[in-house]
Design a protein around this ligand. Structure first.
Ligand SMILES: [Zn+2]
Ligand SMILES: [Zn+2]
Length: 254
């Protein structure tokens, strides 16, 4: 398993945004897994993300993973639907969605009556839905999916690639999960809110719940503004910012 990871050439996560739903100045949190410097998998697609992706890479995403269904993580799928309608089936984005979220995602985005005024279009005509359970394959890589703690049981899911990274999505602390899924030197991209609350992790939570070996590999995102980001840095944490490419070997990428 680790041999595959070491050879995977998955070298960076590029953050298109690192903001929270409460932010009035930052793009919503979304990141792109890059392989050999090329985009491989977009994580989450909140409002505006599809356009930021296109401005960054000059094309639409070919693969998208959804962590959960809050609008700051899925509202941009509507943009992606309209932009993908003219693509061939082979070019249309694949949408990897935890299977327990599929019914609610369909209700949120696909049941809207008359997606086109003239009719003749279904939401899933333009996006290739791939329900996933605890893992899925993309190219020759095996990504892992596991539940986190956000609002309700089995309502939000992290994404991991052994030996490379774990991206928690929105969550309360999950030390027992990171012991299992981030025990091989993975960079851990972790939600952090200005204050601990029933929905999100706060700085005090991180310091109380996680061991130094995990804290040393942690990068924080999903915050409301730059002032908050600076506060996290002052507390000794690394921060992801919109537009930043973060290397997975401890470097800064580009
Ligand atoms: Zn969020
Ligand atoms: Zn959320």
């Amino acid at each position: 398993m680790f041999k595959q990871s070491a050879m995977s050439n998955v070298d960076a996560l590029r953050f298109l945004g690192a903001g929270s739903a409460a932010s009035d100045c930052l793009s919503p949190s979304a990141a792109v897994v890059e392989r050999g410097g090329q985009p491989l998998l977009l994580i989450d697609c909140g409002p505006g993300v599809a356009n930021v992706y296109r401005a960054t890479y000059g094309e639409l995403p070919k693969a998208v993973y959804i962590t959960h269904l809050h609008m700051d993580h899925v509202a941009g799928l509507e943009t992606l639907f309209y932009a993908s309608r003219t693509l061939s089936a082979e070019q249309q984005p694949r949408l990897y969605v935890p299977v327990t979220l599929v019914t609610a995602l369909h209700a949120r985005l696909a049941e809207f009556p008359n997606l086109l005024a003239e009719g003749g279009a279904n939401f899933w005509d333009a996006l290739r839905l791939i329900p996933v359970s605890d893992n899925f394959w993309l190219q020759d890589l095996r990504f892992e999916v596991f539940p986190v703690r956000h609002h309700a049981p089995y309502a939000a899911y992290a994404l991991g690639l052994r030996g490379r990274f774990v991206y928690t999505g929105d969550t309360r602390p999950i030390p027992e999960m990171l012991t299992r899924y981030a025990s091989a030197g993975e960079t851990v991209f972790h939600d952090c809110a200005p204050q601990p609350n029933p929905s999100h992790t706060g700085l005090e939570d991180l310091q109380r719940e996680y061991s130094p070996s995990i804290l040393n590999r942690m990068v924080l995102y999903h915050y409301p503004d730059e002032i908050t980001a600076k506060r996290y840095e002052d507390a000794g944490f690394r921060i992801a910012r919109g537009g930043e490419r973060i290397g997975l070997d401890g470097s800064d990428g580009v």
